[in-house]
Design a protein around this ligand. Sequence first.
Ligand code: ADP
Ligand code: MG
Length: 682
Amino acid sequence: MARLSDPITILKGVGPARAKQFANLNIFTLRDLICHFPRGYEDRTHLVPIEKLEVDVPACFKAMVMNTPRTSHVRKGLDITKVQVADHSARLTLTFFNNRYVTEQLQYGQEYIFYGAVSGDFIGYNMTNPVFETPQSQPVLTRRVLPIYPLTAGLSNAAVLKAVRQALAICDPPAEILPPEVRQKYGILPAEQAYSAIHEPRSMAEAEQAKKRLVFEEFFVFSAGLSLMRASRAEKKTAPYADLDLSSFYACLPFTLTSAQQGAVEDILRDFRKGAPMNRLIQGDVGSGKTMVAAAAMYCAAKNGKQSALMAPTEILAEQHYASLQKLFEPLGIHVVLLTGSLTAKDKRTVRDSLALGQAQVAVGTHALLTDATQFQDLGLVIADEQHRFGVGQRSRLSAKGEDPHLLVMSATPIPRTLALLMYGDLEVSILDELPPGREAVDTFLVGESYRPRINAFIRKQVAQGHQCFVVCPAVEENQELGVKAASAWAETLRSTVFPDLRVALLHGQMKGAEKEAAMASFARGEADVMVATTVIEVGVDVPNATLMVIEDADRFGLSQLHQLRGRVGRGRAKSYCILTTHNRNPETLQRLKALCKTNDGFKIAEEDLKLRGPGDFFGSRQSGLPTFRVADLSYDLETLKDAQAASAAWIDTNGTSDAPEAVALRERIAELFERAEGTMN
Ligand code: ADP
Ligand code: MG
């Protein structure tokens, strides 16, 4: 018996050249090969009478050869062989190109099983290059469900199938990791059966079942991994914070917290009291005031002699957090520093020194904060803002840093519960479902190009009232995508022809960090009237004086992303508006966009978005933070995901540390998954 870890070169017919081809598919071991699953199947099980063959639908049929195949040499490089076949229902002409062997293989008067698709023309039906075998032969090409594998140059489907079949014959498939009670409850095939059926199903139904099992397994492992991660963190010890009195912090706030904010702060204080590291997600719509909740946590850490690090996804946002936290904290005697990539080496050193020596209590920055170069005297709390770019891998790395700091992540993307579990299953959740008082909904309109003069007039009107406007474009440069408004060109047009008298600024992701920063800061200071931007402004930046956002070619964005963008306005006292423009006339697209005009509730929009576009597209084109799966497809397998999540949660609760063989195998698989995930799940 071979082992799963053996190289594929132990297989017959797999020499160095073959192995190289397999390597292109990341297949090195028997395990890799057995886990190289078909991307689909061709159902060749049923034999149909010739008369029932449908044009362009490949099918199997049994027929007798009615004449001796005849090959004609048409020109150099083109030989055509024709042969007549028939069954009791009809006759059919088969045509083979450049296949001289047919003349030897197809014997006059004999029956064969063929598989191919007919094409129809005026003269009659015809079939080109069908595959065939004798009824006595072992079914290889016909009378079976044929798996179709992802391939690479030089490697045929038949070659992959042959190798897989051999591998399955000489070694056991991966160990069973699903407990019998779970398999029974959800009607799941045992591992052994599933691995052979996924490659060589006897029917399409069996292939389906095998697939379902493997999808379930994949979700189960992932969810169980998150649960275990959560459980193992809960076992870690930290000294509980002694001083949880926030009254002087509250006294410095220019407002009182909403009751949702208060609730979240209480959750955090409870975590601080527990003596185990906090792992909490704060989920709240744009503008729900997550920063203040984070500030309360940082204040509390500082009072207990601990340092905090607040990580933002962009420098602009880090800068803005830095400014507002500094204003808030310095009067309270808490020293705040900013650490971003664009600081000079000297400034970085100064900042790092102050953190290492414990002179600064709060560090604000980008991911650079967590590199080895940054040492803290006593890091007690890590906060990640806009968290879906801060994935499971990074979270596990963080707790592996050894200090076991409290972890608070903040997400402004309302995520439907199922997906949230997938991304944050290792975290406890507090939800901010309330906006600070006096916030009015942003009125949103969907318009076509004919409204352009009115849009321009509206921009003028807002500016005349002393307000500012955002204009968001889907691309940076022209030609990047045909027919899509590009920020730089559009800014130029607005500047030169539409609003020559207004101050038009530009912001996009291809600008240097410092340039972006300068542009955004200047806009926030009111030094421009109109800011033309790409989605870089989507994340967090606060300009309360901005009251209008025009989103060009809005159909290019996901609903949730549009909602995020829209959250950049409506942050001040004045009534705010969002105008979505589109050239698109597709009724479904328009309906999707109209959903945004109807509600300002991020969770509702998220659910709608998920329903309409599926999870793959849920976050638009940017990095999603969703894990990548091998078999499972989040667009189709949501129901299975729900089952697997429920099953794994229930099972881990009671068997997390069991030493039953499945439990041991499961933990091994989880360890593997998270190792692989380090690179990909962020
Ligand atoms: P987000 O949840 O999108 O990060 P922020 O924390 O940036 O929201 O808060 C949005 C704005 O609301 C900020 O200007 C902040 O000062 C203000 N804010 C936060 N909490 C309150 C509150 N309880 N009452 C009034 N304004 C608040
Ligand atoms: Mg924020």
